[in-house]
Ligand binder design. Structure first.
Ligand code: UD1
Length: 419
């Protein structure tokens, strides 16, 4: 299994280009199922989850062509199977995003239940409840969700918990339903907004996206799209934290600063000097050690759970004590025990980690456990003395495009070790 070796101690310096947002690309790729017209998506990052999505769509009969400059063409006119099989769903929970579009366009869908996940139970009950409210007949048999509906009907769907992919599934289904759907307590994440904008470009009638109430008037059919995805705010945030931890100065290009307010606020609290332009952010730590910061994760516009592990790593070497509260997912502290192996001082109490910053960490072999936890470990490796080797980097490859190459551009001593 491939590993990444990091020799710590270099302040990062330079400019890095941020890729398209994984969490916007995945639902938009699945939105191609809503139409028999050709679609083009630009700014698609080269990631394992993107490859998995393309494979999933291909198995259903979608023609996929990968072009130059991160463009992907999709043509679902020959859709012949409405099944998302276990072997793919188990490697990527976001496969559940085919459920709404398939059901809305074909009247049926069979999607393997994703099952447990390294970061907590992560059920899909709210996706199913929403589609049931729209008239779908849903059963679970042999590990598969089997859904049928002649034509979905608009409904009022109140989500008990804010769910990102749940909102996206119901939103996509509603675009082809008969009548008006109102999604209440909807997720407000920029990636949900991006999906809605893409759907609007296909002719969907949607308003309220970006607020907690989304209203969709269903249409008989949708056109194709030619759309460019938003930049990845989590990738950008990760590089900025890396700069802050190493006392460096880094500019991220191709970013949307307005989607990073909560993260930039915490980086400023940590002592970083931050300047922003329309599509760039520069962080200058001026060689200082970061101050500890308290974090509480929450749905957007709150502090993103996908940045929690990176800030836990920052607190590990910060001046003072930081308290990190994880409110979105249970069991998302897999990185904590690994950070202790580098000499970090952390204590888990329920959904909270108390981190007493230490002056130095020392390199050690580590095991990546999930996507964002792995990013936290790589960041810690950048400041640890000596060599840190992060094993199971396939987790990182699910969500970060060329992470070691981008870090190297900024001066980090990072290399991938072959399996
Ligand atoms: C998405 C993101 C992931 C991010 C997460 C939270 C994608 C592909 N992934 O994941 O990177 O960490 O949002 O910002 O966009 N829940 C239920 N029932 C459901 C659905 C969710 O109880 O039917 C709960 C979950 O267990 C969790 C919370 O709702 O506690 C939020 O999860 P959700 O927003 O659904 O996460 P994902 O959409 O899977």
């Amino acid at each position: 299994m491939a590993r990444i070796q990091i020799t710590g101690g270099v302040p990062l310096n330079g400019t890095v280009e941020i890729s398209g947002a994984k969490n916007a690309v995945l639902p938009i790729l699945m939105a191609s199922l809503l139409t028999d017209q050709p679609c083009q998506l630009h700014g698609v990052p080269h990631l394992k989850d993107v490859t998995t999505s393309i494979e999933l769509l291909g198995r259903m009969g979608v023609l996929v062509s990968v072009g130059d400059r991160c463009a992907v063409g999709l043509d679902a006119s020959g859709l012949h199977t409405q099944v998302a099989p276990y072997d793919l769903v188990k490697t990527m929970r976001a496969s559940i995003l085919v459920l709404g579009p398939l059901l809305a366009r074909s009247g049926e869908a069979q999607v393997s239940l994703p099952g447990g996940c390294a970061i907590g139970a992560r059920p899909v009950d709210l996706h199913l409840a929403g589609l049931s409210a729209m008239g779908a007949d849903i059963t679970v048999e042999g590990g598969y969700i089997k859904a049928r509906a002649k034509r979905l009907k608009g409904a009022r769907v109140v989500l008990d918990t804010v769910t990102v992919t749940g909102t996206e599934n119901i939103l996509m289904a509603a675009t082809l339903a008969e009548g008006t759907t109102v999604i209440e307590n909807a997720a407000q994440e920029p990636e949900v907004v991006d999906l809605a904008e893409c759907l609007i470009s296909m002719g969907a009638r949607i308003r309220g996206h970006g607020s907690n109430t989304i209203v969709v008037e269903g249409r008989e059919r949708l056109d194709g799209f030619d759309y460019t995805v938003i930049p990845d705010r989590i990738e950008a945030g990760t590089f900025l934290v890396a700069a802050a931890m190493t006392g460096g100065r880094v500019r991220t290009d191709n970013v949307r600063p307005d989607t990073l307010d909560a993260v930039l606020g915490k980086l400023r609290d940590a002592g970083a000097v931050i300047t922003t332009g329309e599509d760039w952010i520069e962080l200058d730590m001026q060689g200082r050690r970061p101050r500890a910061v308290d974090i509480t994760t929450a749905p957007y516009p709150g502090f993103p759970t996908d940045m929690q592990a990176q800030f836990t790593a920052l607190n590990a070497i910060a001046d003072g004590t930081g308290v990190v509260r994880e409110n979105v997912f249970e069991n998302r502290f897999m990185h904590v025990l690994e950070l202790q192996r580098l000499g970090a001082n952390l204590l888990i109490e329920g959904n909270t980690v108390i981190i007493r910053g230490v002056e130095r960490l020392t390199g050690a072999p580590l095991m990546a456990t999930d996507l964002r936890a792995s990013a936290g470990l790589v960041l810690a490796g950048l400041v640890a003395e000596g060599d840190t080797i992060v094993d199971r980097v396939y987790h990182i490859d699910r969500g970060y495009e060329n992470i070691e190459e981008k870090l190297r551009q900024l001066g980090a001593r990072v290399r991938r070790l072959a399996a």
